[in-house]
Design a protein around this ligand. Structure first.
Ligand code: 1BN
Ligand code: ZN
Length: 349
């Protein structure tokens, strides 16, 4: 295993290494400009993305603490390294819905920009890779206590981001560094059948850990450099959640508009220009406490949630949400490709 487990705190060696790389790359030099109006060509292979989704689902539900979860971390980490990404696993403990401590392992992959662009602010692309331990939206009570396959809810976003990492070295130009962060324990929020004491912030445990550690790092840097305002590493972030359904559509989610309206516009405009306005629709969605909420509020990185929301449905989500039907039958390569192409376009601009 080449990728490092960086423990509860983000590796200092990584910071030093990154600093050296940036120094060697000559930060401060003006990046080359591409001619106005010329859009870089984006490629994204639908079948490859589909295979990355199927590859994760084949392990079985990626419930934290299980062999499937452990093996899937190895699969994702090794695959990303094969594509040239630098991969680290950030670990820590976070309190879960029942007051127990939960081990969290976020997979962090770094895709470098071309040397002329090495000092540009990074883009954060994220998704979650864990599967919900309970199918608590099943009608049949007996089926509620077992984990879901998480093909859409987990694997779909990761599959798209793995394909982006595969495409990255082949792009004509890499105009920004891209960090892919695959959060753990997004789907461990209080189960619907839980009758004990209710707690807040029980979802998105991996994102909460990542955002806290990032914020501590940024603030520590500011103190060291005697600056009033912390230097942000990221321009913006995009979260993918449930992006594989044949009928998926992505409305403009409330928190995304509150914290990152400019980037919602940018993504939805790119989608429209590419002919995908049927997916990236102009409807609004209610606030969703997804990973991006913590990236926005704790890490203070403007982050947009691209999430398949179904207005008017009982749960707000697709019929298979948090049931055993969240399987490969509801994954469409074409949907993955449309999402992937939009992201490739936005990170190439
Ligand atoms: C999205 C997919 N989420 C969980 N699985 C986030 C969420 C949290 C959605 C709480 C609704 C309620
Ligand atoms: Zn879920």
């Amino acid at each position: 295993m080449l990728f490092k487990n960086i423990g509860a705190s983000v590796s200092r060696t990584f910071d030093i290494l990154l600093f050296c790389i940036l120094l060697l790359a000559g930060c401060g030099a003006a990046p080359k400009q591409s001619p106005a109006g010329v859009l870089p060509e984006v490629t994204f292979d639908a079948d490859s993305a589909y295979a990355f989704v199927a590859g994760q689902v084949a392990f079985g539900p990626r419930v934290p603490g299980t062999d499937a979860h452990h093996d899937c971390v190895q699969y994702i980490g090794r695959t990303l390294e094969r594509f040239g990404a630098k991969v680290e696993v950030q670990t820590g403990e976070v309190m879960r819905y029942d007051g127990e401590w939960q081990h969290v392992a976020n997979i962090c992959a770094y895709l470098p920009a071309d040397s002329a662009y090495a000092c540009e602010p990074h883009v954060l692309l994220c998704s979650h890779y864990d599967s919900r331990p309970w199918a608590d939206q099943e009608d049949d009570y007996d089926q509620r206590m077992t984990a879901i396959p998480g093909a859409n809810d987990g694997a779909s976003g990761v599959g798209v981001l793995m394909e982006i990492a595969r495409q990255w070295p082949q792009l004509r130009e890499r105009k920004r560094p891209v960090d892919i962060v695959l959060f753990d324990c997004e789907d461990m929020g209080t189960p619907a059948f839980y009758t004990g004491q209710q707690r807040n912030h029980t979802w998105c445990l991996g994102a909460q850990l990542w955002a806290r550690q990032y914020s501590q790092k940024v603030n520590a840097n500011a103190i060291q450099e005697h600056k009033a305002n912390a230097n942000q590493e990221y321009a913006f972030g995009i979260l993918l959640d449930m992006v594989g359904d044949p009928n998926a559509s992505f409305p403009r989610e409330y928190y995304s508009e509150q914290y990152a309206a400019k980037y919602v516009d940018k993504i939805w405009r790119a989608a429209e220009q590419m002919g995908f306005a049927h997916r990236f629709v102009s409807d609004k969605a209610y606030p969703i406490t997804d990973d991006h909420y913590y990236v926005n509020t704790i890490a203070k990185i403007p982050c947009v949630d691209v999430i398949h929301y179904v207005p008017g449905s009982e749960t707000g989500f697709a019929w298979w949400w948090h049931t055993h039907n969240d399987d490969m039958n509801n994954i469409n390569p074409n949907t993955l490709q449309e999402v992937g192409k939009v992201l490739m376009q936005v990170i190439s601009e």
